[in-house]
Unconditional design. Structure first.
Length: 139
């Protein structure tokens, strides 16, 4: 990403409706918790069918990666151990996670985002996750 990233989020209701209707985001800072809340307010329990290109996806949040979601050339976080970014579901349903379905993330950078999903998804992410390898602090 060579151009500065713009943060464009507002708590305004009309803006929230426009945000939910958008299908693409480019070179933006996207605060995932706020994006999720606007979708939930619109009656959509998952973020669906969007393309994010050269964006910074910001948390704190746990992303439930659902069917059809892809990552292409993304930096998934800053950690020395990719397992720190992955969370295995313990039950049949997830509480507190942001569902993302049929979305494409292209050259995005994730900040303070954890990822959860099926065992196969977690294995795929574990094997191909790109991170900025920052050592963990010593206790």
């Amino acid at each position: 990403m060579t151009e500065p990233v713009q943060a464009t989020f507002s708590p305004d209701e009309a803006y929230g409706r426009e945000l939910v209707a958008r299908t693409s985001f480019e070179k933006e800072a996207v605060w995932l918790p706020l994006l999720a809340v606007h979708h939930w307010n619109a009656g959509e329990m998952a973020i669906r069918g969007k393309t994010f290109t050269d964006c910074v996806i910001e948390g704190p949040a746990l992303m439930a990666v659902m069917t059809g979601t892809t990552f292409d050339g993304c930096v998934m976080g800053t950690t020395a151990d990719t397992n720190n970014l992955l969370y295995k579901p313990q039950g049949r349903k997830l509480a507190g996670a942001v569902g993302v379905s049929d979305c494409k993330f292209v050259r995005c950078r994730f900040v303070q985002i954890g990822f959860t999903g099926s065992d196969d998804l977690l294995d795929d992410l574990r094997g191909g996750i790109q991170t900025l390898g920052k050592p963990e602090p010593q206790a």
